[in-house]
Design a protein around this ligand. Structure first.
Ligand SMILES: O=C(O)[C@H](O)[C@@H](O)[C@H](O)[C@H](O)COP(=O)(O)O
Length: 261
């Protein structure tokens, strides 16, 4: 049987955050062993809040975090100033970055370059350069391997800023692509492309609440769901993909759940 994503369902967000922390610590260790850094890409939406719950909890027996060796990229970002309410950078900064205790170190964070705000193609190219510099030249590395990509799942099956059925999902060359017409505002964005995401060492989705129930049923239990953006990540990432959900989000989903990490 083909390798499947891992589906975890927790009674509430606190329990989810506890397991997510354990998972993050495991991914951090693998990254440190691999290249003495932890390279992670993060999306926006409701994810940063849950992520902060997981990362700002006190150290436990599962280990501690060393943010001084973290490099944080954005899996997708909106073309707005970094202090704008719609900015994924601002969201992550407010929820997490500003609250990291000094003794855990400071991560290197890669926000978009806002001087290219009016030209999202330029902005995407420039962000690709930033990734290239971190992962070595694009010509010598066909695709970067992020240690972890942390993603949300939109109510329409959106992952990153990919819209269901759009040409962008077939992009096979660029690492970062522009979007001019996102129906979820703001319209202008940049996003990592599907091959970059499915090439990640680990990929985690966080999806909670009953608002995600119908789309999770579709993504995980139906044939059509496989061609939705989140379904394509499941397909390409197989057992490197993990879904952190709560019971409200997976009620009625028959896809097999894993007991624990
Ligand atoms: O900037 C964005 O819009 C996000 O990166 C997007 O991919 C988001 O993560 C999902 O749409 C889920 O959003 P919610 O968790 O808010 O439903």
């Amino acid at each position: 049987m083909a390798k499947q994503p891992n589906l975890y369902a927790f009674g509430d967000i606190d329990r989810l955050a506890k397991s997510l922390r354990k998972y993050l610590l495991q991914c951090q260790s693998t990254g440190f062993e691999r290249h003495n850094t932890f390279k992670v890409a993060v999306s926006g939406g409701s994810l940063p809040k849950t992520l902060a719950k997981a990362l700002l909890a006190p150290s436990d027996k599962n280990g501690s975090l060393d943010f001084s060796k973290w490099e944080i990229f954005f899996a997708d970002e909106r073309a707005v100033p970094l202090d704008h309410e719609d900015s994924n950078y601002k969201l992550l900064k407010d929820e997490l970055l500003d609250k990291i205790p000094a003794d855990l170190g400071k991560p290197v964070v890669h926000p978009i370059d806002v001087q290219y705000m009016d030209d999202v193609q330029e902005m995407a190219d420039q962000y690709q350069d930033v990734i290239m510099k971190s992962f070595a030249a694009k010509d010598s590395v066909k695709l970067p391997i992020f240690d972890l990509l942390l993603l949300g799942c939109g109510p329409d099956g959106q992952a990153c800023s990919w819209l269901p059925g759009k040409e962008l999902l077939r992009e096979s060359d660029a690492w970062v692509a522009p979007i001019e017409d996102s129906p979820k505002p703001p319209a202008k964005r940049i996003t990592l492309t599907l091959p970059v995401v499915t090439h990640g060492a680990k990929i985690a989705f966080v999806a909670t609440g009953d608002g995600k129930r119908d789309i999770l049923r579709q993504i995980l239990d139906t044939e059509e769901g496989r061609s939705l953006p989140c379904g394509l990540v499941n397909e390409g990432g197989a057992d490197r993909v993990s879904w952190f959900t709560d019971t409200a989000a997976v009620e009625g989903v028959s896809f097999p759940r894993r007991g624990s990490l």
